[in-house]
Design a protein. Structure first.
Length: 186
């Protein structure tokens, strides 16, 4: 089975560049490349794990929606610290979510792909509230007989890049304790 993971496209509501590059054109190029490279091989899904938008504007999500329609594979989305959950939900109203959070599980070939919403409104750091943790543990228990893959925008542990670790995931210990209970997580 093949899936493709992308992160941080930072789509803008206009055609402004970010660090000298056009985010829309870069993601467009990536999708074209994926479509071309894997046209004979089936890609189960493409997941983009946050910072879908650079500023969380509704217009940027509309641009993203238009762009991902070009993908030959199903596209799954996850919010990051630059995103706005409410604006995202306005544009992607059919996208899976739970209790108002952009988190869901996709089952393919006895594998559970769990997407976690780590967005903390108006902060760069990520975390999950009790409601999200409860849902996550319920999903892990429900799928204990499957291989489990977890997607999230914020790494659940420090990665030794100070700039990223400074805005990392707050409840690393709690997350690690949950993972230790399960042997089926990849």
């Amino acid at each position: 089975m093949k899936f493709i993971h992308l992160s941080d496209p930072h789509i803008q509501k206009d055609d402004l560049h970010l660090y000298g590059l056009n985010p829309y054109e870069r993601l467009n190029s990536a999708i074209k490349s994926i479509n071309k490279k894997f046209k004979k091989d089936k890609v189960e899904f493409l997941i983009i794990t946050g910072d879908l938008s650079s500023q969380g504007e509704t217009q940027s999500y509309r641009k993203l929606r238009k762009l991902i329609k070009k993908s030959k594979s199903e596209v799954l989305l996850l919010v990051g610290n630059h995103d706005n959950r409410e604006n995202f939900a306005k544009v992607f109203d059919a996208h899976p979510s739970n209790d108002g959070f952009i988190q869901y599980t996709k089952i393919i070939d006895n594998k559970a792909f769990i997407a976690l919403d780590t967005l903390v409104e108006n902060e760069h750091t990520g975390d999950m509230c009790d409601k999200r943790y409860k849902w996550f543990e319920k999903e892990l228990k429900k799928h204990k007989d499957k291989e489990v893959y977890i997607f999230m925008h914020h790494p659940p542990f420090d990665i030794d890049i100070a700039r990223l670790d400074n805005i990392g995931f707050k409840s690393q210990e709690r997350f690690a304790k949950i993972l230790q209970k399960y042997k089926n997580i990849n």
